[in-house]
Design a protein around this ligand. Sequence first.
Ligand SMILES: C[S@@+](CC[C@H](N)C(=O)[O-])C[C@H]1O[C@@H](n2cnc3c(N)ncnc32)[C@H](O)[C@@H]1O
Length: 273
Amino acid sequence: MDLHDFKDVAENYDRYLDVMYKDHDKHAGFQAFYLDLARKYGTGGVVDIACGTGAVLLYLAEHGIDVDGTDLSEEMCRVAQNKAEQRGLKLRIVPADMTKFHTDRKYSLAIIARSGFMHLPSSQLQRNALLNIRNQLTDGGILTFNTFDPNPELQAAMMKTDPEDYSFRLEYVNSNGQREKIYNAISYNPFSQLMSGNWKFETLDEAGNVIGERVRPLLMRQTYRSEVFLLAELCGFQVLDIYRGYLGDKEDLSDPNDGVNHTGNLIWIMQKK
Ligand SMILES: C[S@@+](CC[C@H](N)C(=O)[O-])C[C@H]1O[C@@H](n2cnc3c(N)ncnc32)[C@H](O)[C@@H]1O
């Protein structure tokens, strides 16, 4: 089981993400970014893969896009489905692994937003996911997912983190109305490119005393940009664009040196060949 498979994580996900991304200028506009992509490429239907609690899925549906959702975690799907029903939206949201899922329809756009792709822990699984998604796309269909280009300084610092070396991330109010503090201890293995460790949720009483603790595991893989280009080629995709974040800043793909030293969020747009 990984972080998002837990019921308590799914139920609190929107709440702690709101705090995590509040005033985070690099995150601003992320839903509008995917809506623009859906309007440009999604006229033949959109699938939001690793849709989580539906941040992109519901936003697109509310803006009239024909969109389905899928996520490995049944708990995340359940939260997304409840939110859809509360908003009067009838959506198809199916629990499934992106390396294997299969639907009875094809899509002209497949979206994997906000690091869903980084949850695939090996290059074999990444390849399986790309090949599988390619099969769900119409001719010339588009796949988008993001990676964070590995930052050697951060990696070096994470290589020294031990499993109990927790850093405070944020405080939020959980779905029961209780204050919770989130800490994480994630270490990096440069051989496997895996970030692994735990998130710790501490529940507090009104006086700030810790009255409960839950520890949830997390495993993610860092992927270099050169690997993504090779994966795309191997799996029958052509990289059309790489956006640096959600505000429209694009790399110049004709310049081999553009982006080489960039270490932030890269959003890949690739087309089925
Ligand atoms: C960081 S969350 C992002 C969720 C959502 N896209 C968003 O923007 O809020 C990553 C999601 O990937 C899902 N996930 C992890 N591995 C997956 C897999 N193999 N297939 C499908 N979904 C997966 C998790 O269950 C989790 O909901």
